[in-house]
Design a protein around this ligand. Structure first.
Ligand SMILES: [Zn+2]
Length: 328
């Protein structure tokens, strides 16, 4: 199938260039190359889905604006694998744009609400099976945490994202949650309402039933002046990829295979992004679809109405020349 496509592009065909309105080039090629790297690891590991990942985004159809030449992705097929760089890039854009819309609406409905950014961690683990167990435990622990009276009494809503990082020194995995929490302004009013970093640590320890003090980081997002940029950086933290692809693209091939195998096992059927409380309600009200399993074509990073005079442009991945070329 792939070879048929490559016959379309001859030596003179143009390389795909897709730029945002601010002039930044969209990283189609580098994301596809990372995705191919992931495919190759899956192939060696004999994962059935390897072939699906190989086909991810091989044919891209855009609508180009007749006046500006600006491209908008119109049609393609994404594999939706957890570790696929192309899919994660689309998901991160979509997640960021959805969360922005949700936060704007929360601010409208609850103008006095305050925001916290919480990072909850547990001890590192060493293989896929442990990772799987730990990620399940974290999801359950988080559900317990937000039900504790001390937390629940001022809680308006939250957005949580799971991230796994690979420790290259001892080959362990660190799984943690980034949580954007929206609280009533009363949270800051008294010691009865306020939760110190030490208390957050104790609550997380209790929720996770741990026999050690976990690392917990909490910061309040400033209510004035810098609010937008502060919230944006918190959104960016939660919109990061669940796993950095550079974590399994080291020089050590054997190690990369082991990491992908462990991550596939650990992340299997996990929900890595979720909303709660008012943020969940607004997600529903705004009719936003599921970032993890939804449409990755319309990420709405740039909202523009489809131009009346748009024409189609098709770009094909060329396996020999390792780039996207416009089909003439
Ligand atoms: Zn993909």
């Amino acid at each position: 199938m792939c070879n048929d496509y490559s016959t379309y592009s001859n030596e003179n065909s143009r390389v795909l260039v897709d730029k945002t309105k601010s002039g930044k080039e969209r990283p189609w090629r580098s994301k596809k190359l990372s995705s191919i790297n992931y495919y190759e690891l899956l192939h060696v590991l004999e994962f059935k889905k390897a072939e699906r990942v190989k086909e991810c985004g091989t044919v891209l159809e855009f609508k180009a604006d007749e006046d500006t030449g600006h491209l908008k992705l119109f049609k393609t097929w994404f594999c939706k694998s957890r570790l696929c760089s192309l899919c994660n890039w689309r998901r991160a854009m979509k997640h960021s744009s959805q969360t922005k819309k949700i936060i704007e609406e929360v601010v409208k409905q609850k103008p006095k609400a305050r925001w916290l950014f919480l990072t909850l961690t547990v001890k590192n683990v060493y293989d896929g099976e442990e990772l799987d167990k730990s990620l399940r435990a974290i999801a359950q622990g988080f559900n317990r945490l937000v039900k504790y009276k001390k937390v629940a009494q001022n809680l308006i809503g939250f957005m949580r994202a799971t991230e796994v990082t690979v420790n290259k020194i001892d080959n362990s995995y660190n799984q943690h949650l980034h949580v954007l929490i929206c609280v009533e302004p009363s949270y800051f009013n008294s010691t009865k309402n306020y939760i110190t970093q030490k208390q957050w640590t104790a609550l997380w320890r209790r929720a996770m039933k741990l026999d050690y003090d976990p690392v917990v980081d909490v910061r309040a997002i400033k209510p004035k002046n810098k609010r937008k940029t502060d919230i944006q950086s918190a959104i960016d933290e939660t919109a990061k990829y669940p796993v950095k692809d550079t974590d399994y693209m080291t020089d050590d091939k054997e190690r990369n295979l082991q990491i992908v195998k462990d991550l596939e096992e650990g992340l299997y059927r996990k929900r890595l992004l979720s909303y709660g409380g008012l943020l969940k309600e607004i997600h529903k009200q705004l009719n936003l679809d599921d970032v993890e399993d939804g449409d990755l074509i319309h990420t709405d990073d740039e909202e523009d109405e489809a131009s009346e005079n748009a024409y189609s442009i098709v770009a094909l991945w060329n396996w020999e020349r390792r780039n996207y070329f416009i089909k003439e």
